[in-house]
Design a protein around this ligand. Structure first.
Ligand SMILES: O=C1O[C@H](COP(=O)(O)O)[C@@H](O)[C@H](O)[C@H]1O
Length: 238
């Protein structure tokens, strides 16, 4: 049984970015006032850049915020495919340049060594995350939970013991590192940021009938103890 999500629908991606950034900044401020610091996990891909830039201008004690990628492509941080590069260029700028950053990517030859290093670094954080911002691909993947991944079962296991796993998938361009389902689900707030009519209708289908192996966002929706906050706007030109 899926807890009914809270939909936040906007007329344009710009309006979404502004309001979403304001809401997340407020939530981070509350977390800092309650426990002296805040942990924020953010997704990569093509959708979040405007939201990141809007959030980076908010006035909050950024030195008390640690940012972690929800998932990472196993590519150098100079690559255009690097989620870390996106986060550094769009979120860790302006006022948010003072935030701390815990990467998933490590410059080692073997991705399983990178996963061990990232798992240790995430385990050392004062978990749980206060805010997790998820995205969703057109195939229903979220984080790096891909439908055709041999490692999907382990990554979306609600009892997974690791916080970070290395995963592969024929549909992904490169091997990935991903936070696992339980560490995402333990967050104080889980927000899902999607844009475009296609993703809206895909999500409605998953909400009506979740099949996590086919559309892995369904694993989050099915197992979340609290309703997700879904931020949606049409794409430009829709
Ligand atoms: O590969 C990824 O894709 C998803 C969705 O990205 P988008 O470009 O369709 O917005 C993203 O949430 C994830 O972090 C990223 O690694």
């Amino acid at each position: 049984m899926i807890a009914d999500p809270r939909w936040h629908r906007f007329a344009t991606p710009e309006q979404l970015a502004d309001r979403f950034a304001g809401d997340m900044a407020d939530f981070l401020k509350i977390a800092i006032s309650q426990r002296g610091q805040a942990l924020l996990a953010v997704s990569g891909g093509t959708t979040p850049a405007a939201f990141f830039r809007a959030l980076s201008t908010h006035d909050l004690p950024w030195t008390d915020v640690t940012v972690v990628p929800v998932d990472e492509r196993f590519v150098p941080t100079t690559s255009e495919r690097s989620n870390e590069k996106l986060i550094r260029q769009n979120l860790l700028v302006n006022k948010a340049a003072a935030a701390r950053f815990t990467p998933l990517y490590h410059d080692v030859a073997d991705i399983s060594d990178a996963a061990k290093l990232a798992d240790r670094a995430v385990t050392d954080l004062p978990l749980p995350f206060d805010v997790v911002v998820l995205g969703m691909g057109g195939d229903g993947h979220t984080a790096s939970f891909f439908p055709d991944s041999p490692e999907l079962t382990g990554a979306i296991d609600p009892a997974a013991s690791h916080h970070v796993l290395a995963v592969t998938a024929p549909s992904a361009d490169e091997p990935r590192l991903t936070l696992t389902l339980p560490v995402l689900l333990s967050a104080g707030l889980i927000a899902l940021h999607i844009e475009g009519a296609e993703k809206h209708s895909l999500l409605e289908t998953v909400l009506a009938e979740p099949h996590p192996r086919e559309k892995p966002i369904g694993a989050v929706l099915l197992h979340a103890a609290k309703p997700l906050d879904i931020y949606w706007a049409p794409k430009k030109g829709e």
